[in-house]
Design a protein around this ligand. Sequence first.
Ligand SMILES: *[C@@H]1O[C@H](CO)[C@@H](O)[C@H](O)[C@H]1NC(C)=O
Ligand SMILES: *[C@@H]1O[C@H](CO)[C@@H](O)[C@H](O)[C@H]1NC(C)=O
Ligand SMILES: *[C@@H]1O[C@H](CO)[C@@H](O)[C@H](O)[C@H]1NC(C)=O
Ligand SMILES: *[C@@H]1O[C@H](CO)[C@@H](O)[C@H](O)[C@H]1NC(C)=O
Ligand SMILES: *[C@@H]1O[C@H](CO)[C@@H](O)[C@H](O)[C@H]1NC(C)=O
Ligand SMILES: *[C@@H]1O[C@H](CO)[C@@H](O)[C@H](O)[C@H]1NC(C)=O
Ligand SMILES: *[C@@H]1O[C@H](CO)[C@@H](O)[C@H](O)[C@H]1NC(C)=O
Ligand SMILES: *[C@@H]1O[C@H](CO)[C@@H](O)[C@H](O)[C@H]1NC(C)=O
Length: 568
Amino acid sequence: MKVGLQLHLFAIASESLVAVVTRNLTQEMARLLLIKFLDLIFNNFRGEVPSWFGFLHELQFLSLKNNSFTGPLPSSFFNISKLEMLNLAFNSVGHIPVSLSNASRLERLELSSNLIQGSIPNEISNLHKLNWLAIKYNQLTGSIPLTVFNIFRIEVISFTGNSLSRSLPNGLCNGLPNLKGLYLSINKLHGHIPTSLSNCSQLQLLGLSENEFDEPIHSEIGILSKLQQLYLGTNHFTGIIPQEIGNLINLMELWMEVNQSQSPCKIKGLIPNDFGNLSSLLDLDLSENSLAGSIPTTIGNLRNIQHFNFRINNLTGFIGDHICKLQHLGEIYLGQNQLSGSLPNCLGNITSLREIHLGSNKLSSNIPPSIGNLQDLVVLDLSSNNMVGSLPPKIGNLKAVTLIDLSMNQFSNGIPRKIGGLRTLVHLSLRHNKLQGSIPDSMSIRVGLEFLDLSHNNSYVFGKTSKPKVFECFCQQIVWYRRGKRAPQQANSLSTITRERISYYELLQATDDRSDSNLIGSGSFGSVYKGILRCGTAIAVKVFNLQLDAAFKSFDTECEFLRNLRHR
Ligand SMILES: *[C@@H]1O[C@H](CO)[C@@H](O)[C@H](O)[C@H]1NC(C)=O
Ligand SMILES: *[C@@H]1O[C@H](CO)[C@@H](O)[C@H](O)[C@H]1NC(C)=O
Ligand SMILES: *[C@@H]1O[C@H](CO)[C@@H](O)[C@H](O)[C@H]1NC(C)=O
Ligand SMILES: *[C@@H]1O[C@H](CO)[C@@H](O)[C@H](O)[C@H]1NC(C)=O
Ligand SMILES: *[C@@H]1O[C@H](CO)[C@@H](O)[C@H](O)[C@H]1NC(C)=O
Ligand SMILES: *[C@@H]1O[C@H](CO)[C@@H](O)[C@H](O)[C@H]1NC(C)=O
Ligand SMILES: *[C@@H]1O[C@H](CO)[C@@H](O)[C@H](O)[C@H]1NC(C)=O
Ligand SMILES: *[C@@H]1O[C@H](CO)[C@@H](O)[C@H](O)[C@H]1NC(C)=O
């Protein structure tokens, strides 16, 4: 406590309301022996949790949430024989005493976001009345004791964000008829998911994401018919998605995404047709797996869905008109698949759409003019496809759009004048197409535009004025150059350099297979070549002579050096 700071302390004793204003939290407090309800949340108390709380024998409710208490939780706490609810979340408490088990009336124990280490004490199972147990975001280790799963009345168990390991006990759920929420995401649990999980018949939320569970996801999960939220992403599952998940008609969120930087393991096979039965679904995330086949037509039955994410999979076939039935869809993430054919004409009927991510597929149609109906659209990414035709002038109707990326396609003819009138536009890339004609004058008055890339198109005519007005806009980055020319003709601060992974093949191409004409120097460790990447960036490539041991050491040093240096 800062001296002089008024303490907001409300202590309600059974007989009277006692408002205490003091400077220090002192033993004075212990005089309030009749207190039943003590709420000290959102103060700035520091130091160890005072043990004298243990003398408040009448205390039923104690919340010290959002303070800065440190040290162990004093064992005296659990002599408070009438304590029903203890909340210490958002402090820096480091240890749970075994005496915990003496607080036999405890119903809610909330210790999340502290620094609690060690394993979960077995004695926790003596808390027969416990209904809510949350020790999220701490540093718990070891396995989850089976005894936790014997607390008959428990409805919520949350150990998200610890370092719990080993496998879940077989028989889990056989003694938990009331469990509604099991939160175990972000730990190091492995092994299979015990089939006895299906005995948790009241379960509404199951969070197992970001662990190391392996083996295929078993079909018994489809018995948990009350599930509303199922999070299984980023594990080490093998095999396919069980179609029985299609039984879970109350599901609202289903996440089976994989973060490739955290797990190399992906789910294979098809998206089950039975997913079309999940009529309550709002959010479906299957991204970064190895799912193949086409998007099931049954997806058109997900009438409530707001967000689906299938990006980075191996989906083939057409997108199909059935997605136009999804009248609440806000975001489509389908980038980096192998989808082909056309962008459905009816796309403009999904007026709820805010983001369309379809980059890096094999779409080969034009952009349907109906796209102009999407008044709430913010992002339109159709980059790296084989799309053709003229850009429809109705793109100019997208009055909320901030990003349009149509790069790396085969779009031809001119840039519609109305694009220049899009007031919200921040990022526009039309690079690498077959566009021609003049840059609309309207673009020059676009104050908010920060990035404009028209490079690698057919030649441009500047129109009436000799100086391209486009450069008068307040872009932070403009990349604009004629086809065939490698370097930007004019560039206004190209300082933002994106870190890109560049393939060996592209490096070979860029340096013309390391031709002598590109050699700009050589030394004892290797040679340096100049080159220009496909994207137009000039680079210097250092080729190390790997026969030399010293070259390896040099490599690390150079990398460190190059990281801090930018070649002209
Ligand atoms: C508050 O406590 C500190 C020691 O914890 C003590 O030095 C100080 O005198 C106390 N202040 C008041 C106003 O009681
Ligand atoms: C507790 O305080 C921290 C900042 O100290 C804040 O980030 C957190 O949201 C607060 N918790 C709650 C539940 O408001
Ligand atoms: C539990 O309480 C009893 C009596 O109230 C006491 O004797 C015992 O030591 C306590 N147990 C623990 C583990 O603190
Ligand atoms: C469910 O619980 C019952 C009773 O405890 C048990 O006999 C049964 O084997 C359990 N089911 C599974 C799938 O483990
Ligand atoms: C999905 O619905 C269809 C048609 O109602 C039904 O035949 C199928 O068994 C359901 N699938 C699941 C997994 O419940
Ligand atoms: C994947 O994990 C990395 C590292 O933890 C994180 O930076 C990144 O944002 C995650 N990606 C997604 C899509 O969640
Ligand atoms: C994608 O599918 C093709 C054939 O359809 C297959 O050859 C390829 O290995 C698949 N890629 C991945 C990442 O699954
Ligand atoms: C799209 O909307 C138009 C007019 O509202 C309607 O005629 C057409 O049938 C719709 N298309 C689809 C595929 O729903």
